[in-house]
Design a protein around this ligand. Structure first.
Ligand SMILES: [Fe+2]
Length: 216
């Protein structure tokens, strides 16, 4: 049973990590991401409402119960993306997606990544970070494979974005656009074997999202 203050996204975001907590009171408007996976691991809200595993919600003045493992991003709107000085500070502090991945398809993209934070070990270890996109309507590049074998979803924190799913690599045949506003985690797109369709994140406005990677 613990609540730990995390520093990986500071000074832009104050994130608490709650593990096996019976209850937790949230005063300020905050985003809660349920990082648990199983049906019995719903986060319980007043009035028989729940935050399902691998889903999120924006809450305020509320008691959360049954936190198996969860992120609480306190006062997440404090990070004002419309403030040019704040945006410049994020660009200075976080590495570009290209610096992090080394992939040619990421060169020049206005995507910036915070350091990573890891939860647990071995199977179902989770890696997370935050990603800031400095411009709207910028796709991150379609892909089907990742650098490790993990289950991947994305939580939208600020601004708007989408997960695009394609029939083919040429990215002209779009199956689905899963639109995301703050508090949305898109539905899973991997199958039981961990196979993915071609997919990519695309910003709609300047935004911040949280890639969540669970080792298989
Ligand atoms: Fe991906």
């Amino acid at each position: 049973m613990s609540v730990t203050q995390l520093s990986f996204a500071e000074p832009f975001f104050s994130i608490d990590y709650a593990e096996n907590e019976k209850s937790c009171y949230v005063t300020q408007k905050s985003m809660v991401i349920n990082l648990a996976e199983h049906e019995q691991e719903n986060i319980l809200l007043p009035g028989d409402r729940v935050i399902l595993p691998l889903k999120a919600a924006v809450v305020q003045d509320i008691t959360l119960r049954n936190l198996r493992r969860a992120f609480i991003i306190r006062d997440f709107e404090r990070c004002d993306l419309s403030d040019p000085e704040n945006a410049a500070a994020i660009r200075r502090t976080w590495k570009t997606l290209y610096e992090m991945s080394g992939l040619e398809r990421h060169r020049g993209l206005p995507y910036y990544k915070s350091p990573k934070f890891c939860i647990g070990e071995g199977k179902r270890r989770i890696e997370l970070n935050l990603c800031y996109v400095d411009e709207g309507m910028v796709p991150s590049g379609p892909h089907r494979d990742h650098d490790r074998n993990f289950d991947e979803v994305h939580a939208q924190i600020l601004g708007y974005g989408m997960m695009r799913i394609y029939d083919y690599e040429d990215n002209t045949h779009i199956h689905q656009e899963l639109n995301m506003a703050p508090g949305t985690v898109h539905d899973k797109m991997y199958d039981a074997e961990g196979k993915y369709p071609w997919h990519e994140y695309k910003s709609v406005t300047p935004c911040v999202y949280c890639p969540i990677e669970l080792d298989r």
